[in-house]
Write a protein that binds this ligand. Structure first.
Ligand code: ADP
Ligand code: MG
Length: 393
């Protein structure tokens, strides 16, 4: 993999860290970017955010909000001139934007690493090439690729290779005929066809890797989804020490193979007892929200530290935690959910992102419950969920 830092090289310890009060840049203004801004502010940095949405959650609290498309040459020029280091909070940032910035300022993660994570075909090929465990799948670039498929690929999920999130751009298909019509439904955009696996559970390992190759993994989280959207995360995950060690090992191998610098999230399946990689996110992850309240250093502070060449912080958990996503579905027309029902719960932290419009499926906030006993924490979180109107599926 080419070295994004050019002739200087990311491993050169003589490259000076970017210290506060330098100005940092963030591509993307969603909630992940918002927490990056908060973490950077805590450390005394200034942050400029690029996001075309004038109401973006991160843009609203940034020192400067560049309201422009991600490929806008003038905005990219401003970031390159005004920011000592730039990172991203979403994988769909154009790789060319990162490449244009790399030539003029510090950028982590690299455009090459983001390019792998933003395209499911490249991602799967990368994982297979490095001997990392993945489920049965095939890439679909043309309709003929759906001919003569092995029966063991079905039932399957057809996933668009690019621009999917929260289960969008995915279709469950029972056989090749259904796969063909789903492929047509995606306008024959490149896809990956994956066998629909029986899932014992889903896990994520969020880690940070520094310019010098130091790695710090947060506690492995278990994630539960509803309708393809993360519903709840708990850390530590209720898995065996062997499973935990394997999950971390897989995640660290991925980070090393990508020569990754920054925060990386690895989504994993446990299927019939085997750990398989689902997908990568080259950024902090929704399941890592709980690190805001439950670990010494949050994933966002780690992102700032890794970006700026500071030593990584401690990922040590200070409590067991359960995080519940709060989606726009909870919002009554013209009103707010009954926050009073949860604001008084001891050891519960409510986070709202300040999004202007609550739409179904939109991530509006989350709550995290902390405690010593994971079972008791989960029970409090379940009750809090019901009390503000999360209806069980
Ligand atoms: P997204 O980018 O939307 O997060 P994912 O590929 O992670 O896309 O899929 C979202 C969710 O759909 C997963 O977390 C999992 O619950 C389910 N899912 C995805 N792929 C499979 C699969 N091959 N077998 C079973 N469930 C899957
Ligand atoms: Mg996912």
């Amino acid at each position: 993999m080419s070295d994004p830092a050019g002739p200087v090289g990311v491993r050169d310890r003589s490259v000076r860290p970017v210290l506060p009060p330098a100005t940092l840049g963030m591509l993307g203004g969603g909630q992940l970017g918002r927490y990056f801004v908060i973490a950077a502010h805590e450390l005394g940095y200034r942050v400029w955010v690029l996001d075309p949405d004038p109401d973006s959650p991160a843009g609203r609290i940034a020192d400067r909000h560049l309201v422009a498309p991600y490929d806008d040459p003038a905005a990219i020029d401003e970031l390159a001139t005004g920011c000592r280091a730039v990172s991203t909070e979403f994988e769909n940032v154009p790789a060319d934007t990162l490449r244009a910035l790399v030539a003029r300022t510090v950028v982590h993660p690299s455009a090459d690493a983001v390019a792998v994570a933003q395209d499911r075909i490249a991602e799967k090929a990368f994982l297979v090439d490095h001997g990392l465990p993945v489920g049965p799948h095939t890439s679909v670039a043309a309709v003929e690729d759906l001919d003569d498929l092995a029966d063991d690929l079905f039932p399957a999920i057809l996933k668009r290779a690019r621009f999917g999130y929260d289960g969008k751009g995915q279709a469950k298909v029972a056989d090749a005929a259904e796969a063909r019509s789903a492929f047509d439904g995606f306008d024959r955009a490149p896809c990956v066809l994956e066998r629909r696996l029986p899932l014992d559970r889903e896990l994520s390992v969020v880690l940070a890797r520094s310019r010098w190759g130091d790695v710090a993994c947060f506690a492995t989280a278990e994630n539960r989804h509803r309708d393809g959207i993360l519903d709840l995360s708990m850390a530590p995950a209720p898995i065996t020490p062997e499973q935990d060690a394997e999950a971390r090992d897989v995640a660290v191998r991925i980070a090393e193979a990508l020569d990754y610098v920054g925060v990386l999230a690895v989504e994993l399946f446990v299927s019939d007892g085997r750990i398989l990689v689902n997908e990568l996110a080259p950024r902090p992850h929704n399941s890592g929200h709980l690190t805001l309240d439950a670990t010494v250093t949050s994933q966002y502070e780690q992102q700032v530290r890794a970006l700026c060449g500071l030593p990584l912080g401690s990922p040590r958990p200070v409590a067991a935690a359960v995080m519940v996503n709060l989606l726009g579905d909870l919002w009554p027309a013209g009103g707010e959910p009954p926050w009073g029902a949860v604001l008084g719960v001891p050891d519960l932290k409510l986070h709202l992102y300040g999004k202007v419009e609550a739409r179904p499926g939109r991530k509006m906030g989350h709550l995290t419950v902390l405690g010593d006993d994971p079972g008791a924490v989960a029970a409090v979180a379940e009750r809090a969920r019901r009390d503000i109107g999360v209806i069980d599926a």
